[in-house]
Design a protein. Sequence first.
Length: 288
Amino acid sequence: MKIDLHCHTTLSDGSLGIEESIAEAKRNSLDCIAITDHDTLSSLSRSNILGQRYGVSVIPAVEFSAFDGARKNKAHIICYMPKKPDRLEGLCARTTDFRKKRGLIMANKVVEKYKISLDHIARYSAGSKAIYKCHIMHALMDYGYATKLYGALHKEIFNMDSGLCAEEVRKEMDEYPEVRFVLQLVHSAGGIAVLAHPKVYDNFALLEELAENGDIDGVEVWHQSINSEGEKCLLEIAEKYDLITTGGSDFHGFYNHKAKPLGSNLTPLESLTKMQKMQNISKKEINV
């Protein structure tokens, strides 16, 4: 059983659409995936229909951007299988609204300095809920200002301390909701809350704190950012607090930071079974 519980589509900052992503999952012999687009649940109904068509189970999910105020760090929370997804729509709308505004400001700054057009950036952000950095970089690559997404030009524009759009990058982070608020909302919606890729934003201390207080249900252990030592640490924390352990490719297609196809990191079947039991979902209901 091959299960990848972390992938993104063009609804946020992935380069493949919902159907393309599900078709790619089928080609990669995946049995089950979760589409975890940033701060949007827009994939839910269509991904379920397309999953049935392609014979791939699609877990309803969303990856929330959050802020750990105590440590001044970002944190990402993935909500899986929400029973009342409508309760999450308000937060999704607020986050995507300010992200959209910040993205437009960044795009305008880039257009002023580099001879590209907003229309060309919009070509890549059209299907998304906001303008992401990858959309701006893709347009810059088309015009020959860069040959890769995450190189010197990306740093020149988006570095939080010295980049052309540093102020917008910092403000975007400051406007993310507090991580505990996100967790409360996920649980009020009947969802399972998993801390995504703790290594990326150095969330190990946050994980321990949340786990000790019973505020988090699981942790993403198998991710492109982690090494064997970090994996061992996360597994020890998960065992200590009886957390669900998940894994996923964090697939973004062409917009990946690293070359990672769908299925490059997987979730154990026992973890998915545990999630199903928590939600009182039978194997038959999600075809696993």
